[in-house]
Write a protein that binds this ligand. Structure first.
Ligand SMILES: Cc1ncc(COP(=O)(O)O)c(C=O)c1O
Length: 386
């Protein structure tokens, strides 16, 4: 189709969508392929949206997010990270995905180079490419202590025309959590070279070492640093369908964010913003409850999979995914497809998370424990059949 941009039509479809879409909504499938659980958003959050609607909150509002929500975000960040973030530094244009898109568009154009820590969520590489960049991935290493990557390894792939580095910690799909000393070294490098660091911290409340949140660039970045830190309501408040996230940026970048927010989406729906503010203010119990549920899910995955002779699996330190390597498989897509066809279990194929993941699959352990156990048991049955 000559009227479409060839650099976009040439992009591959996400491997998660490829495997899942044909069987989407099929009740016979145990879906462990998407990054979400099966809990409906709790009533106190839904009620906040409903009362906003009942009160007539159906109009345009500030494109960078309502002041009500941005103040609630500021209070939340002060409580969780002990930092004071001015509402001018906060933008809520829509989903966290949209925050990634806008951040990439703000830094990158054709001819630029971007670095992304891998394995990574497929959307990340596509978003950087859609912005026009050539993308290099730097892959975490699977060590005896789990997935690992130093700041220096990231810096080593930077080129003279690198304009953006993307880091997602806690990581989808490996559960890797970047160490504070590496965050500091990378931040100092980006400050020195004026490279935009996009820090995707949407899983910040999902760490399993007892901390309230994962180590964050927010606690070490200065206001003027070239850093954009992305958060979202989807994962820790069971709000995936609401499409709401936010970004912390240098104050000087707020006009650019206003322009982009206006031209991409003209802001997020206002009644969802009211609900998000309520969730942030009153949702600590919910976050803790979900985390306990995911922690048990993680244990179930380890109990069922880790002893198998063909499976190498390190215990995820954060997020809600396991990313096992399965000895002997040649195509992760073929494996995922056969597993789906024969056992009705949906997993995400590893290849879609970047290079060198052909023997991996991603399993989301956020769903009901019964479903998870059943899905994993069927997977082993499939594996043992040969
Ligand atoms: C690493 C990462 N960033 C961003 C997102 C986007 O989240 P949202 O639902 O808020 O757009 C996801 C969703 O899976 C993710 O895994």
């Amino acid at each position: 189709m000559k009227f479409l941009r060839p650099d976009i039509t040439g992009l591959p479809q996400s491997g998660i969508a490829k495997i899942a879409i044909p069987r989407l909504g099929d009740p016979s499938v145990i879906p462990l392929w998407f990054g979400e659980g099966d809990r409906i958003t709790p009533e106190f959050i839904r009620e906040a949206a409903m009362s906003a609607l009942a009160e007539g909150e159906t109009f345009y509002n500030f494109t960078r997010g309502t002041l009500h929500l941005r103040e609630a975000i500021g209070d939340y960040l002060a409580r969780i990270f002990g930092v004071d973030v001015h509402p001018d530094r906060i933008t809520c244009p829509g989903s966290s995905m949209l925050c990634v898109t806008i951040a990439a568009q703000l830094a990158l154009q054709k001819g630029d180079h971007a670095v992304a820590v891998a394995p990574h969520w497929p959307n990340i590489e596509m978003t950087l490419k859609i912005a026009g960049a050539e993308v290099s991935s730097v892959r975490q290493r699977l060590t005896d202590e789990g997935w690992a990557l130093s700041a220096q390894e990231i810096i080593d792939v930077v080129r003279p025309n690198t304009r953006c580095i993307f880091v997602n910690s806690p990581c989808n799909p490996t559960g890797w959590v970047m160490k504070p000393e590496d965050q500091l070294a990378l931040l100092e490098f980006c400050r020195e070279r004026q490279i935009l660091l996009i820090a995707d911290e949407v899983y910040h409340r999902m760490v399993y070492d007892g901390s309230v949140a994962s180590p964050s660039f927010l606690t070490i970045a200065r206001d003027e640093d070239p850093v954009m830190i992305i958060y979202g309501m989807s994962k820790s408040w069971a709000m995936t369908g609401w499409r709401l996230g936010w970004v912390i940026t240098p104050r000087e970048a707020s006009t650019a964010w206003q322009i982009m927010s206006e031209n991409f989406n003209t802001g997020a729906a206002v009644f969802t913003q009211r609900a998000a503010a309520t969730a942030l203010r009153d949702g600590d119990g919910l976050v803790a409850e979900l985390l306990a549920h995911y922690a048990r899910g993680r244990d179930i995955v380890m109990e069922i999979l880790s002893g198998h002779p063909r499976i190498t699996l390190s215990k995820p330190k954060g997020a809600f995914y396991a990313f096992p390597r399965i000895e002997g498989i040649e195509s992760s897509l073929q494996f995922a497809q056969d597993l789906l066809d024969t056992e009705d279990v949906g997993v995400a194929p590893g290849y879609t998370f970047g290079e060198d993941n052909e023997q991996h699959i991603r399993i989301c352990f956020a769903r009901s424990h019964e479903q998870l156990e059943e899905g994993l048991t069927r997977m082993l049955r499939y594996l043992d059949r040969g």
